[in-house]
Design a protein around this ligand. Structure first.
Ligand code: ZN
Length: 159
């Protein structure tokens, strides 16, 4: 993967890396989170800009009963991490990295997060457990994007 714009000290390079590059899979990753978003809320997917990326940690919607702002923060930070990971593999470790790896990393991060947050409720006291599980179900759209089947365990549907 050859790319002239990997220098992270220059702001244009960050824009390039996170929103424009054709070689690092960023587009595939953003497509994936957009799909997740559409399966989890009626709210429109925002334009991916540096403003959105930088402001992600402080992001809140007025009505947050659907946990949209929390989900959006998670999706953005995980996408950034997946893009960054591929960049490091390519530039620091000097390993061959293909763009689809960014998307695969992202999917694995989300699978992992849903599974771990669900499993973490396992030993909670009954009432707290129910509250927490309901919150997780809302966050990850149980029945649409995820299925938190008590028998088979959490599964995620990226289709
Ligand atoms: Zn590039």
């Amino acid at each position: 993967m050859e790319c002239d714009n990997w220098d992270i000290d220059i702001i244009e390079s960050k824009i390039h890396m996170w929103t424009e590059c054709k070689n690092n899979g960023q587009n595939l990753a953003w497509d994936t989170v957009k799909l997740i978003w559409q399966k989890t809320t009626m709210r429109a997917w925002p334009d991916v800009t540096m403003g959105l990326i930088r402001g992600a940690t402080a992001l809140t919607f007025e009505d947050n009963s659907s946990k949209d702002s929390e989900r959006l923060r998670i999706l953005i930070s995980m996408t950034i991490w997946a893009i960054w990971k591929l960049r490091n593999k390519n530039t620091i470790l000097d390993l061959e990295a293909v763009p689809s790896e960014t998307r695969d990393t992202l999917k694995e991060l989300i699978r992992d997060l849903t599974r771990k947050s669900w499993n973490a409720t396992c030993f909670m006291e009954a009432r707290r457990k129910l509250e927490r599980q309901n919150a997780i179900k809302t966050l990850w759209a149980h029945g649409s994007f995820t299925d938190f089947d008590p028998k088979t365990g959490p599964s995620v549907d990226f289709t």
